[in-house]
Design a protein around this ligand. Sequence first.
Ligand code: IMP
Ligand code: MG
Length: 183
Amino acid sequence: MELSKISGDIEKVVVTEEQIQKRLKELAAQVEKDYEGRDLLLIGVLKGAVMAMADFSRHLQRHIDMDWMAVSSYGAGTQSSGVVRILKDLDKDILNREVLIIEDILDTGLTLSWLTENLTSRGAKSVNILTVLRKPDAAKVSVNPKYVGFDIPSEFVVGYGLDFNEKYRNLPFIGVLAKHLYS
Ligand code: IMP
Ligand code: MG
């Protein structure tokens, strides 16, 4: 959906469609180098990482495996609940696999630190993280994503997979949600 259709809902655009695609292509080249001659299993975190997985994986000039998990750390609002639940587990065993988690955003880091530990405990050979966005708060927890698209300010953003009450995921860009919509 284009910005013009919902311009009143978006306070400002933080990352444009062009910037996202350019950055994902750069990260794909980096990942190709780092994983040369190695196994690569991309695990997308539903639903936020759907766009990133679709675009990033298509920039990769090599074979990959793809799997998905759905976890929840947020309720219906804009604050992390602190509770992580598995809503959908992986289809396959990841023993000895080289895992790259694909995530939309690293905010408090609760989700990704929990997920990294969970996947490591299943015997993965390696577990790394690619996140499209990272907020400064993420520095407070021990999550070290190997690949970061963009560092953004601590504001609630939507688009490119990120939602507010399930809406705005289908924006091709990332923008700050107008405060009047949730305060
Ligand atoms: P964390 O556990 O706080 O790092 O964030 C977990 C999840 O919260 C992310 O994967 C997103 O789905 C969601 N989230 C965090 N910040 C935002 C935001 O600014 N907009 C929309 N969703 C967010
Ligand atoms: Mg998410």
